[in-house]
Design a protein around this ligand. Structure first.
Ligand code: 4AD
Ligand code: MG
Length: 464
């Protein structure tokens, strides 16, 4: 190889013919005859392949024999206008270097068109498919857009801990973190586990949410957001739950529920619009291959105003709907995804923000309404997903917050640091959490959350 000026396929496909260059990537397909061989090469920079043409008067059959689907090669050649349809340029090869073969007998992605279920079983190789290439490029673009959105607004990215002794909000069962010898657990006089001997000197776990620490940041920096992994040991094997998922949690001093809703709506619309503008090729692929309504749905969300109504009004609509639900609806019931989707997909036909939920089904920190029954919660409900965002205005009164903690039978001892925000310079504030993978389900049109994260963690599944 003479040159080390490797050019990525995404750039090559937009380049003018005539240049000499080097391309590296994995072979998607090879076809041809004894005069000419065509290789479709992909390097992950785009869903599209570059076609490489081997004039077989210049290459030996031996040299091209190990170039099979899945193998990795480098090719030097000239970018030329392509006479065939489907691509405007192709590479006329001058030399080839083989990095790695992929035995056609054993390479699992030899053929196209595997089921999503099968691809989950070969999660270590599925990024090499067109579909997962698209999904992971979109995932990257959305992560970048999230930082851009908040940075442009003057929010600060706050890193909240992954390991914590707080259980945040009882959002779900927690994964314990310990260095105690599980075969020889130390016990105190009352025969309880002696966590003073544990690494952190107390029982600790993986975080279920960065919110409580986020509030500490908001009460100092004004507007912050977290964006990190969160962990919930729920044994729920649904297409919308992961045991390890990423959450974006903005928290804003001086925001009341109305501004909180405005921000949530602006945020999601910004992200969807960003995807439409910056991931056009990948979205088109997913639209054509999986979900013919994807692009229309994304465009419609950017353009329509979300409906805002109270939980009470929502439940009323559901009860009068005459629809047969698997779970019963009544005032006080925790809404299931089937209820949320009915409101969004059938009744309003657009995203819905539901507010003022019964306090019994929401976390202790939510601002209590005058009626004594509801709290200033807000859930954003989306087509095909159900709940995509959960948030609220926070209770800023120390007295009311302490009363609620007691009422719920929670231990306030471990929350002294959180209560200090209300003790010293308390202020109205609000925030919400967007489930990153739920957002990606919506943006990619995938129907199973295991397919929008590179390495899904679900019950009995953590091998790689
Ligand atoms: O509604 P949740 O539990 O809210 C909180 O954790 C708050 N602390 C957020 C806040 O106000 N700062 O979770 C927020 C979002 C949900 O709306 C959902 O999108 C996502 O996180 N989510 C999950 N995503 C995947 N798998 C799970 N097991 C999820 N649980 C929640
Ligand atoms: Mg929620």
């Amino acid at each position: 190889m003479k040159t080390d000026t490797r050019v990525k396929v995404s750039k090559l496909l937009k380049s003018e013919p005539g240049v000499e260059m080097l391309v590296k990537g994995w072979v998607r397909t090879k076809r041809g005859n004894k005069n000419v061989v065509f290789v479709a090469l992909n390097d992950g920079s785009t869903v599209n392949n570059i076609q490489i043409v081997f004039d077989m008067t210049q290459f030996s059959e031996e040299a091209l024999k190990p170039v099979t689907t899945g193998s990795c090669i480098a090719v030097e050649g000239t970018l030329v206008a392509s006479p065939g349809g489907g691509q405007s340029v192709e590479i006329s090869a001058k030399s080839i270097h083989l990095y790695g073969t992929a035995d056609p007998e054993t390479y699992p992605l030899q053929k196209k068109g595997h089921s999503m279920e099968f691809l989950r079983e070969i999660g270590h190789l599925r990024p090499r498919t067109n579909t997962f290439g698209c999904i992971f490029r979109i995932r990257h673009a959305m992560a970048f857009a999230i930082h851009k959105f908040f940075n442009d607004k003057g929010f600060f990215y706050l890193h909240t801990p992954v390991i914590t002794a707080s259980d945040a909000e009882g959002a779900g069962a927690m994964f314990q973190v310990t260095t105690l010898d599980l075969n020889n657990i130390p016990r105190d006089e009352d025969n309880r586990i002696d966590f003073t001997q544990d690494f952190f000197g107390r029982a600790s776990n993986l975080t279920v949410s960065g919110q409580l620490e986020g509030e500490l940041g908001a009460m100092a920096l004004g507007e912050i957001y977290t964006f990190g992994p969160t962990f919930r040991a729920e044994n729920s094997n649904t297409p919308r739950h992961l045991a390890e998922f990423w959450m974006i949690e903005p928290e804003m001093a001086f925001y009341e529920i109305k501004e909180n809703m405005d921000l949530a709506e602006e945020f999601i619309k910004y992200l969807v619009k960003y995807a439409l503008e910056n991931c056009a090729e990948d979205l088109k692929f997913l639209n054509d291959m999986f979900d013919k309504e994807l692009l229309a749905r994304l465009n419609s969300v950017v353009e329509t105003e979300f409906v805002r109504l109270s939980y009470t009004e929502g439940v009323d609509i559901l009860m009068k709907s005459g629809e047969k639900f698997e779970f019963p609806v009544y005032w006080g019931a925790d809404l299931q995804s089937e209820h949320e989707r009915y409101l969004v997909e059938k009744h309003f036909k657009r995203p819905v923000i539901l507010t003022d939920y019964p306090k019994e089904i929401k976390a202790f920190y939510m601002k209590q309404n005058e009626d004594g029954k509801t709290v200033r919660a807000m859930d954003v409900l989306f087509p095909k997903i159900g709940e995509i965002i959960g948030g609220s205005q926070r209770e800023e009164s120390l007295e009311k917050l302490e009363a609620r903690i007691k009422e719920m039978g929670m231990e306030s001892e471990g929350l002294w640091w959180y209560l200090d925000t209300r003790r010293f310079g308390t202020a109205p504030h609000s925030g919400f959490g967007l489930g990153f993978e739920r957002l990606l389900l919506f943006v990619t049109g995938m129907s199973n959350i295991r397919d929008v994260i590179p390495f899904p963690r679900t019950p009995k599944n953590a091998e790689f």
